[in-house]
Design a protein around this ligand. Structure first.
Ligand code: GTP
Length: 394
């Protein structure tokens, strides 16, 4: 064989590898870019704020809903991006409620253990009250529950464990208050405007995660959503939010530098949502609680600026259920400065402090609307008083 025929068997595969490499080098950056930026919004001059889509991966890997493909809808010929289909909202609390009873010594089990004793003594009633206080129900509501139970046990002469359990269930439901309106307001307040949900709370409570999970709830309800990354204080917060959004094909408006004006980002997000006919804009904020005046300035400015475009329809305060009385203090400050209309209690999974639901509603006079029951992307559920009580009774 001649030199050419000697070389051919390895030269051909080599050429194929080189050509494939060149094609991949052209395509991969384009795919990474994912959903292209939205059309420019008239009247927005601030060059510091840019709108970007992304196909990043990895926000909370557990329990993702079904995966489907949907083409990016901007029509510039960009390749299809993979988006997830979030789990339906109906039935979420039932799926997740067992997690309420999973903590070391569940509230319901401890209450029932005392209530099932024969002839309840003063000490037994004190023990019941103490159990409620340890679960962060708060002194007022705990006293009310004990008084109501004592009266009913005495008047009705209840001793059968099933009947005692039924009484306790009724009284706990009354305490959580099933009559409160827990709907998250996501419909636009005026024709042609999106619903605008401002999400506030201290860093680390699960605020950004909650905005991401809430976007999935809305997508599961076939709503079109825009996210505003107005937490410009922590560099990674906007990336984290964008990652959540991109997993369900939701666009994020964010600043191109750390420390940009949060109000400008919030404004641009709402303006973009309005211009593109989105149903809902969710705005994540930084919520640094260094002092009340600073917080009031920041949230006040965001509210003023955003409402030039569209009225706020909901202000959700995110609270970490595991922080007990500290959380209550934060709740009061935010309640005073931010006009909170609903509470999201996160990390209710695996805490014995479920009573915080009652305490925080009393302190702020607004309902718990959503609860976080895990780190999975669809572990956020609309709150329901009866399901909650059944969860803590186990
Ligand atoms: N177990 C559990 N963990 C949660 C829940 N919600 C959020 N987390 C976790 O709490 C941690 C903090 O969440 P983030 O969303 O980053 O908190 P943040 O309040 O936005 O903090 P910043 O972005 O710094 O403002 C993350 O590890 C979340 O996975 C929940 O309902 N249950």
């Amino acid at each position: 064989m001649g030199p050419v025929t000697d070389v051919l068997p390895w030269l051909i595969p080599l050429l194929v590898v080189v050509v494939l490499g060149a094609v991949a080098a052209l395509l991969v950056p384009r795919m990474r870019r994912g959903t292209p930026p939205p059309p420019p919004v008239e009247g927005v001059e601030r060059p510091t704020v840019v709108s970007t889509g992304s196909t990043d991966e990895g926000a909370g890997d557990e329990g993702a809903g079904e995966v489907s493909t949907r083409s990016s809808d901007e029509g510039d010929g960009a390749p299809a991006v993979v988006v997830e289909r979030p789990e339906p909202v109906a039935g979420r609390f039932v799926r997740l409620r067992d997690r309420l009873a999973r903590s070391g010594s569940p509230l319901g089990a401890r209450l029932l253990a005392v209530l099932s004793r024969d002839h309840l003594t003063e000490d037994d009633w004190d023990e019941l009250e103490e159990t409620l206080l340890l679960a962060d129900v708060g002194a007022g509501p705990a006293g009310e529950l004990i008084d109501a139970l004592r009266t009913r046990v005495r008047v009705q002469g209840v001793s059968d464990p099933a009947a005692v359990r039924a009484l306790l269930r009724e009284e706990l439901i009354a305490l959580v208050d099933p009559t409160m309106d827990r709907e998250v307001r996501t419909d636009g307040a005026e024709p042609g405007t999106p619903g605008v949900v401002l999400v506030v709370g201290v860093n680390g409570t699960g605020k950004t995660t909650t905005v991401g999970k809430l976007a999935r709830v809305l997508v599961a309800e076939d709503k079109s959503v825009v996210l505003g990354a107005a937490d410009t204080f922590r560099a990674a917060a906007a990336d984290q939010l964008q990652t959540w959004g991109s997993r369900v094909g939701v666009h994020t408006v964010r600043a191109d530098r750390d420390g940009a004006d949060p109000a400008a980002v919030a404004f641009d997000a709402v303006k973009h949502g309005k211009a593109t006919g989105a149903d809902v804009v969710l705005v994540d904020t930084a919520g640094r609680l260094q002092n009340k005046a600073g917080l009031m300035d920041e949230l006040g400015k965001i509210t003023r600026v955003v409402t030039r475009e569209a009225p706020l329809t909901e202000v959700l305060l995110v609270l970490d259920a595991t922080t007990g009385q500290n959380g209550m203090q934060q709740a009061r400050v935010f309640g005073e400065v931010a006009g909170v209309t609903g509470i999201v209690l996160t990390k209710l999974d695996g805490t014995a402090k479920g009573g915080i639901v009652v305490a925080v509603q009393r302190a702020l006079g607004v309902p718990v609307k959503l609860v976080g029951l895990g780190e999975g992307p669809d572990d956020l559920a609309p709150f329901d008083a009866e399901q909650f009580v059944d969860g803590i009774l186990g």
